[in-house]
Design a protein around this ligand. Structure first.
Ligand code: NAD
Ligand code: DAU
Length: 368
């Protein structure tokens, strides 16, 4: 039985990871620590809150004392560190919080883990694991024919977000090398799935279609991302926690490169198809293009490019596949259809997460 601390567990990947973990390890203790920024939402954890082994703590990863006492009091043996500022565009308009949370926050967490886990005589480091969830953006940008990123690709982060994640990766590595803290790192490609905040490309486009807004495509729409369903990410982390080597880095991806314009066109086809199959959707979403006989792709609009926009990411996850038997299982078209369906069926969720007062209310109700 494991006792997990999941930082950022009220965010997109964190909450999916919590659901995934509870379904597969029902006897484990799982404590979520989340400060509930705009991206964190207790509604994402409603199902988990019914589980007896689950606890939510409203707090900040930069509060070293809080983290240390949680680790001790709950006898936690694993940290899955997801808490971060995660949106590239926000890091361009306001980089300070990215440096503070992603770098200083990760450092604070490392210090807490070191004190709680390593400073007792006779501690067995094998009992513990600090797993840091990072991104493929630390490797920079690929040309059209470059080989995919491997774990030995030199770091070359281009946005303040990517630079802050790169710095946090280096700190995690240094704490393992210098102090023997049992760490591992995963660098993952773009995720998609339920509960993703509607600022990222896929949920933004779904929600915009449903409310009759344009689909903003940066630049020429030919930037390429390597898309992975969030459950496949959770499975990769699970394998690393279970059998991954301490001190090692693992890339997680699914060899699913898509130019943004192609991806958005596929998303449009998926929404068109669902509206054709379910005519009642035209009454629920009268502003959506199919409700007035138009195709969704007509909403595509090219807009000014993101400054410093990385051209292409592609992940080579051979190490995870060869060492730990990983393979991604969600086919992209199926994953996209199920994600679109999730947003159609969870209109209250996406309307609410965009409503500040609702989030404050949830924090008052359930936060600590
Ligand atoms: P998200 O923005 O949806 O969620 C981040 C969560 O962290 C939120 O719940 C937020 O409230 C919480 N948080 C932020 N600052 C905090 C603080 N100081 N203390 C405690 N909690 C805090 O992010 P996401 O997309 O779920 O990403 C999770 C992690 O995975 C991040 O570290 C990100 O860099 C990494 N990652 C994301 C992707 C992706 O495609 N989304 C891909 C690879 C790696
Ligand atoms: O690669 C992993 C990274 O993926 C994670 O580390 C980040 O946390 C996550 O936000 C994501 O970063 P991206 O910048 O790739 O994701 P985003 O959804 O913001 O954008 C995907 C692509 O779509 C990118 O090329 C920019 C483009 N885009 C995005 C938005 C929001 C548009 O063309 N229009 C948009 O409105």
């Amino acid at each position: 039985m494991s006792r997990l601390l999941v930082t950022g567990g009220a965010g997109f990947i964190g909450s999916n990871f919590v659901h995934y973990w509870i379904a597969r390890h029902p006897d484990d203790r799982i404590v979520v620590l989340d400060s509930l920024t705009y991206a964190g939402n207790l509604a994402n954890l409603e199902a988990a809150a019914q589980h007896p082994g689950f606890r939510f703590v409203h707090g900040d990863i930069r509060d070293q004392g809080l983290v240390e006492s949680l680790l001790r009091e709950e006898e936690l043996d694993s940290i899955i560190h997801l808490a971060a500022e995660s949106h590239v565009d926000r890091s361009i308009s306001g980089p300070d919080i990215f440096v503070d949370v992603n770098i200083n926050g990760t450092h604070s967490l490392l210090k807490a883990a070191r004190r709680a886990w390593m400073e007792n005589p006779g501690t067995d480091p094998e009992r513990y694991r600090f797993h840091h969830v990072s991104t493929d953006e630390v490797y920079g940008s690929l040309g059209p024919t470059d080989a995919a990123f491997t774990e030995s690709t030199p770091y070359s982060p281009n946005s303040p977000y990517a630079a802050s994640k790169a710095a946090s990766d280096h700190l995690v590595r240094a704490y393992q090398h210098t102090y023997g803290l049992p760490t591992s790192i995963s660098n993952c490609s773009n995720n998609y799935g339920p509960y993703q905040f509607p600022e990222k490309l896929i949920p933004l486009c779904i929600v915009n279609l449903l409310v009759g807004k344009a689909l903003p495509i940066y630049g020429d729409g030919q930037n390429v991302r390597d898309w992975l369903h969030v459950d496949d990410h959770s499975r990769g982390i699970e394998l690393i926690l279970d059998r991954g080597r301490v001190g090692e880095t693992y890339n997680i991806g699914s060899r699913n490169e898509q130019a943004n314009l192609d991806l958005v066109r596929q998303l449009c086809r998926s929404v068109d198809k669902l509206f054709a199959e379910r005519p009642e959707l035209c009454d629920r979403f009268p502003e959506a293009p199919p409700a007035s006989g138009r195709q969704c792709k007509e909403a595509i609009e090219f807009v000014t490019d993101r400054p410093g926009h990385d051209r292409r990411y592609a992940i080579d996850s051979s190490r995870l596949e060869d060492e730990l038997g990983y393979s991604s299982t969600t086919d992209f078209e199926t994953g996209m259809d199920s994600t679109v369906l999730w947003f159609l069926e969870n209109e209250a969720w996406w309307r609410a997460v965009m409503d500040e007062s609702y989030r404050e209310w949830m924090t008052d109700q359930y936060g600590q």
